[in-house]
Design a binder for this molecule. Sequence first.
Ligand code: GTP
Ligand code: SPV
Ligand code: MN
Length: 587
Amino acid sequence: MNNTTNKHMQKWISEVAALAKPDDIVWIDGSAEQIERLRQQAVADGSMIRLNEEKLPNCFLHRTDPNDVARVEGRTFICCANEEDAGPTNHWMEPSEMHRKLDGIIDGAMRGRTMYVIPYSMSVVGSPFAKYGIELTDSTYVVLNMVIMTRAGQAVLDAIGDSEDFIKGIHTQANLDKEQKYIVQFPEENAIYSVNSNYGGNVLQGKKCFALRIASNLGREENWMAEHMLILGIENPRGEVRYVCGAFPSACGKTNLAMLIPPEGYRKNGWKAWCVGDDIAWLRPGKDGRLWAVNPENGFFGVAPGTSMKSNPNALECTREGTIFTNVALNTEDNTVWWEGMTKTPPEHAIDWLGRPWTPDSPDKAAHPNSRFTAPARNCPCRSTEFDNPNGVPISAILFGGRRAKTAPLVYQSRDWNHGVFVGSIMASETTAAASGAVGVVRRDPMAMLPFCGYHMADYWQHWIDMGKLIKNPPKIFNVNWFRTDDEGHFIWPGFGDNLRVLEWALARCFGEAGARECELGYVPYPGDINLDGSGVDEKTFEGLITIDRDLWRKEADDIREYYKQFGDKVPAELFAMLEVLEKNLS
Ligand code: GTP
Ligand code: SPV
Ligand code: MN
């Protein structure tokens, strides 16, 4: 173990190796040569398919086990000493019992395999935000994804030095037994275990396991916030760049908003949009009284279906080089990839995500609905110049949002920070294919953190309220809903690039440059406050989009009161006060 002199690390790795019994241990140094060697190995063992070298250089296709295609919330655990601290929205098991179970699975699981040691950093190495982790894995797929998604390699070991301050992660795909699948966070041990899976958010531990579940605990102790949020810079025609964060549940539009292309009229006038992050934000109050954000990741693990030159050309551009595609279709005409919604005309012949021949007449989808691309951030045409700024960017506005066919208006602004926390706490959205289980069912997903908050949800709301007191100039908080539908079920709002119209108003509100009308929920724009030129949406339709249906909202308020009950007396009094205001406004 001459890659580090860190005794704690060496001891831990030796213990894991003694249990898992790999044939070999390989340290990931992050060099191009090592990565290329691992790619060749993955191609040789059949786990990756090399794609067209001209059209998609250094790009690969991977197919997961058909039972292993999404996050598994039912098998995800927060194992802290007291069950009460995990709260009613997390699965919990007594830590020593869980350790026994995991040790039983890991015992000998790496026999005949190599154990890779991945030192990785969440955010730029050396940044005041940076946190380090080691993931031990027996999967080349995980290694090749982690080197895209994080800053990984020797520099991280150097930064850790002899410190014990790093997150210990163990992953073994074992035999992919879905009954023995566990995604486990031990917040008090700063440890993560993923076993019997080899899929995305279950096993790329830097992402949801560390940057949200563990980091939410660290943030609570250290007065910062780990959030499931995109970070986007909007440059106006005066050349000022203003930053927004947005928390939308999985597969509800973060990557798309983070890479938006302004509508033509806006582009002509000089509007630009710059991507800082598409999934996770770490937020800290700055000395200047504002809230500052970094994206701890270094790549995009984005939803493939629906990504096209029309909907999100920037995302597609990100995937042109050095990208790993998971569970998309293989276009056999030119050894490239395809998924539903990429082009109007599908390829004549393809291999579907299950490895079966596919034609446009096939009854099944060619790509899995949660198929994804893992793309390096360096490829992003709209990558912000601040992407690697170790101090982050100052946030003017926070957006909460989700998929609501009827209830939520296109946009409304909260009255103040605490009211904004209330708005986040009552978020609800239709479920998507990003997690296994039913799709399209409305569920509460506070701050889009339901599957990711690593402690008691009501304590997390309290943390939001406490943070508000530490930020002198807090961002203004808004709720958005791009997904309102008409009676035929069609989306009314054009969405995508046109969402900038809503952002323009929201940002103008943050700088006292736009008006608003008070309503039952907070503030909504006056007709004419939002620029609809070229949007295809007329004033009357727009009015419909921001109309609040009092009957629906009375039911909603009842449901919120019921929802809060499960959290008992931990729900901050401030939130109950806001609920009472809402009820009064609706009566
Ligand atoms: P995760 O990576 O799972 O966290 O998802 P995400 O929040 O980044 O969602 P993403 O941007 O990948 O979008 C998911 C789906 O929503 C895709 O099928 C998009 O085409 C669709 N979508 C995104 N933005 C909009 C929008 O403004 N309007 C409509 N109608 N659909 C959208
Ligand atoms: C999500 O589900 O919110 C994702 C994909 O971003 S995963 O990495 O699987 O969590
Ligand atoms: Mn996500």
